[in-house]
Design a protein around this ligand. Structure first.
Ligand code: NAI
Length: 345
């Protein structure tokens, strides 16, 4: 039996992990606590820890895991910026889930967009209150409008196809345009100038941080709708708020927010929200915020659990090789031994 301490457990995590784990002789200890220097002790008698985006896996935590004999950190996410890979190298193996459901995210982007433009969120509240007035609910047709897609990877391309199904004209910008994709690529400047709707599907890097800022918004069409299901810091939230207040931005649909780390995923309904900017954005009639929910479908949860269980099995059974292993040296490909079908260390 492989024993795994499962940190930061949410109610929606358990069914799929219990299902796949039991089939494979893996026992998950579901913990509500996030992993950090105070809670690492809870993994003392375990073979592995399973962590998510807000767990802290720094050098001090890794040192303790190593001392307890924990041999694997299994991320149940694609991103791994919360793990000190350099500190882990040579001590504890690290695996992740590179992809789980691009459809989930692309479909959520369209769900937000339709909700916002057709005012479904307002209509829902009105009719529950037996208010059947249509005043203020006028939307616009998607058919014939131009949508600008930034980042045409797995999620972006699915979003492109969904938009085409609505009869929209799709233009795109990508730092590495996909050859033979049939997508009309334009410069970022052209995309800003031509698009009625802009949807972000590129990763957060130093280059893309605040790519939607004051200058970009200035170049956009009046009334533009901005959709962000990618990473919060792609958008300068202060500039967005200004754009909304000045009526330049027609609407914003946000599944991510730059300062979401201590806010999203938690029930804060009984508390005073300390983030003035987020509170102001949420108060706007043309802003919809969801709490990093785009990935949350049955299929994605099942894929995350299945891949994580397979990652754990690969590391503890057979030859210990795992395709989804991350290591410090993978960032330095000339020295990566995995290329030669060896273990990372
Ligand atoms: P991907 O790696 O398949 O595609 C990313 C695309 O962005 C690639 O085509 C790449 O060439 C392009 N790109 C890279 N640098 C760029 C730049 N400077 N400007 C424009 N394009 C650039 O990634 P995938 O799976 O499509 O995911 C996209 C993003 O979605 C992720 O980076 C992640 O931040 C976000 N995401 C959000 C989730 C949510 O629940 N809200 C869940 C999963 C992913």
């Amino acid at each position: 039996m492989i024993k795994v301490a499962f940190y930061d457990t949410r109610e929606y995590d358990r069914p799929a992990f219990e299902r796949f784990g039991t089939q494979q002789d893996i026992s998950f200890r579901f913990l509500e606590a996030k992993l950090d220097e105070d809670t690492v002790e809870l993994a003392r008698d375990c073979d592995a820890v399973c962590v998510f985006v807000n767990d802290t896996v720094n050098a001090a935590v890794i040192e303790k895991l190593h001392a307890y004999g924990v041999r694997l950190i299994a991320l149940r996410s694609a991103g791994y910026n919360n793990v000190d890979l350099q500190a882990a190298f040579g001590k504890v193996h690290v695996v992740h889930v590179p992809a789980y459901s691009p459809y989930a995210v692309a479909e959520h982007a369209m769900a937000l967009l339709l909700t916002s433009v057709r005012r479904i969120h307002k209509a829902y509240i009105r009719t529950r209150d037996f208010n059947f007035s249509l005043n203020g609910l006028t939307g616009f047709d998607f058919h014939g409008k131009t949508v600008g897609v930034i980042g045409t990877g797995k999620i972006g391309r699915i979003f492109v196809n969904i938009c085409r199904g609505f009869g929209m004209r799709v233009i795109a910008y990508d730092a590495y345009p996909a050859a033979d994709s049939g997508i009309e690529y334009v410069s970022l400047d052209e995309l800003f100038r031509q698009s009625d709707i802009i949807s972000l599907h590129c990763p957060l890097t130093e280059e893309t941080r605040h790519m939607i800022g004051r200058d970009a918004i200035e170049r956009m069409k009046k009334g533009v709708v901005i959709v962000n299901t990618s990473r919060g810091a792609l958008v300068d939230a202060e500039a967005l708020l200004e754009g909304i207040k000045s009526r330049k931005v027609g609407a914003a649909c946000l599944d991510v927010y730059e300062e979401e780390a201590d806010i999203f995923f938690e029930d804060r309904s009984g508390h005073i929200l300390n983030d003035e900017l987020l509170a102001r954005l949420i108060s706007m009639p043309n802003v919809i915020v969801t709490s990093h929910q785009a990935f949350l479908t049955e299929e994605a949860l099942s894929n995350i659990a299945e891949t994580t269980v397979n990652n754990i099995l690969s590391c503890f059974r057979n030859d210990g090789l795992c395709d989804n292993e991350l290591c410090y040296r993978c960032g330095q490909m000339d020295r990566c031994r995995k290329e030669r079908k060896e273990k990372c260390f």
